[in-house]
Design a protein around this ligand. Structure first.
Ligand code: TYM
Length: 383
C-alpha cells in the first residue's frame, strides 16, 4: 500500500519532492512546503518575542532547523497572560530511534524546561501496524518498549510527562476519537492524506487517534487548554484536520512548531529507519557509527587537491548538517562553513569530528537508556 499525498508534490521536474506522514522523498524545498501546507515562517520578530521570555535563541531556531509554525505566537501570548500550555509530541514505533527523531524531542525537552509545561507523548503502535504489511503486532510492541527507553533517556521531567501507547490506552482515547471522526469526511481525509481505493480502512480511520492528545489536556484540566506540538513538518497533515474540528468541539486549535528533516547520511532524503545504513541509531556501537560516518556523502570535492583549490559546499553536506544540529555551537558552525568553502578543511576532518562527537553523545545516551528501564512505570499514562 502506498499513500501519495498528491497535494504536496512540489518543485520542477528535476527537483520534485514529496512529504507525507509516511515518507519524505527528494530534496525538500521548505519555502515551497510552507506555501503548500499553509503554515507560517518563524520570523525574526517571533524569535525576539521568544527570546524575551527564555533569555536566548535556541541553536535549532538560530540555524533554522525549526522554521515554520502555526499559532506559536498565540501560545506565547496566552502564556504571557498567565495561561499555561501543554506540549504534545510522539513516535510511530516501527523500528529503532535514530538521531533525526531526537531533533523534535530534544527541542520539546527544552520547551518543557523553559515553560515548565506538561507533556503528552504518544506512541502510535496502531498506525505502524496498519501502515505497510511487513511487521507483526508483536514486532511493533517490541519496538514500542525499546522506543520508550529512548524517550525517557531524553530527560523529560517524570512528574510532568505522560507516555500514551495507543493500543494500551485506547479506552482513554476512543471517546474523543469518536467526536473527531464524526466530523471528518472521507473526502477531506482523502484530500489531506492521499488515501486511495487500495488503502486499508484501518489507515483511513486512524487519523482521529493521533488528533486526540491535542484535546486530552482540556479534559485533564477540565477547561480549554492550549497545546503546542513540536514535530518535523511531515506530521502536519494530521494537525490540519485536527484544527478543522477543534472549535466545532469546543477546544482551541492545537499550535505547531515545525522542524526540517535531518538528512540521511547518504544524500538529501530524510534520515529514515527504513534505510539503516544511512541512519545513526541511538543503540549503535562506536564501530558502527564510525563505519556509517566514514562512508557518508559530503559536500566536498572528489580529491584533496580539488578540495584545497575549490573548497566544499556545506549547504548540501549531511555531515555538516549533523554537526550543526547536535554538536557545533553557532560560532563553531560558522567557522566550519567558512573553512570548508575556502578549502581549508577536508571532509575527513569533519567526518572525524562527527564520529567522535556522536560516539561520546551515544555513550552517554545509552547509559541513560539503561537507567530508563527502571523508570517506565513512572512515565506511563494512567491505566
Ligand atoms: P515518526 O515515528 O515517523 O517520527 C517521530 C518524530 O520524528 C520526526 N522525524 C524527524 N525529525 C527530523 N529529522 C528526521 N529525519 C525525522 N524523521 C522523523 C517526526 O516528524 C516526528 O516528530 N505518526 C507519528 C507519531 C506521532 C506524533 C504525534 C509525532 C503521534 N503523535 C505528535 C509528532 C507529534 C510518527 O509516526 O512519527
Amino acid at each position: 500500500m502506498t499513500h501519495e499525498f498528491r497535494n504536496v508534490s512540489a518543485g520542477n521536474e528535476a527537483n520534485e519532492f514529496d512529504v507525507t506522514p509516511w515518507s519524505v522523498t527528494g530534496s525538500v524545498n521548505y519555502d515551497n512546503l510552507i506555501e503548500k501546507f499553509g503554515t507560517q515562517r518563524i520570523t525574526a520578530d517571533l524569535l525576539k518575542k521568544l527570546a524575551s521570555m527564555t533569555g536566548e535563541i535556541h541553536p535549532l531556531l538560530e540555524f533554522d532547523f525549526f522554521f515554520s509554525h502555526r499559532d506559536f505566537d498565540w501560545i506565547l501570548d496566552r502564556y504571557q497572560k498567565g495561561e499555561n500550555f501543554y506540549l504534545y509530541t510522539g513516535r510511530g514505533p516501527s523500528g529503532k530511534v535514530h538521531l533525526g527523531h531526537l531533533m523534535p524531542w530534544m527541542f520539546t525537552k527544552y520547551l518543557q524546561d523553559k515553560f515548565d509545561a506538561p507533556l503528552l507523548f504518544q506512541l502510535t503502535d496502531d498506525e505502524k501496524f496498519l501502515h505497510g504489511h511487513n511487521k507483526t503486532m508483536a514486532e511493533i510492541s517490541a519496538f514500542t518498549d525499546e522506543n520508550i527507553l529512548d524517550i525517557i533517556a531524553i530527560g523529560f521531567k517524570p512528574e510532568k510527562t505522560k507516555i500514551i501507547v495507543d493500543t494500551k490506552h485506547i479506552k482513554h482515547l476512543y471517546p474523543m476519537a469518536l467526536e473527531i471522526a464524526k466530523r471528518i469526511t472521507f473526502s477531506t481525509a482523502r484530500a489531506v492524506f492521499g488515501f486511495t481505493n487500495s488503502t486499508n480502512i484501518g489507515m483511513i480511520g486512524f487519523p482521529p487517534i493521533q488528533a486526540v492528545p491535542c484535546f486530552l489536556p482540556s479534559l485533564i484540566e477540565n477547561k480549554p487548554t492550549p497545546v503546542l506540538i513540536p514535530a518535523a513538518m511531515d506530521q502536519d497533515p494530521y494537525w490540519r484536520i485536527t484544527r478543522d474540528v477543534a472549535e466545532k468541539i469546543g477546544y482551541y486549535k492545537p499550535a505547531q512548531i515545525h522542524s526540517k528533516f535531518l538528512p540521511s547520511l547518504e544524500t538529501s532524503g530524510k534520515m529514515s529507519s527504513s534505510k539503516p545504513k544511512t541512519a545513526v541509531f541511538t543503540t549503535d556501537d562506536s564501530e558502527t557509527v564510525e563505519d556509517k560516518v566514514s562512508v557518508a556523502f559530503t559536500g566536498g570535492q572528489p580529491t584533496v587537491a580539488l578540495q584545497r583549490k575549490l573548497g566544499g559546499n556545506p549547504d548540501i553536506c549531511p555531515v555538516f548538517s549533523y554537526l550543526q544540529y547536535m554538536f557545533d555551537n553557532p560560532k563553531e558552525s560558522k567557522e566550519r562553513a567558512l573553512k570548508c568553502r575556502s578549502g581549508n578543511l577536508l571532509c575527513g576532518e569533519c567526518k572525524q569530528d562527527l564520529s567522535s562527537n556522536s560516539v561520546s553523545f551515544l555513550t552517554d545516551f545509552q547509559k541513560r537508556r539503561e537507567k530508563a528501564k527502571d523508570m517506565v512505570s513512572q512515565f506511563m499514562y494512567k491505566e
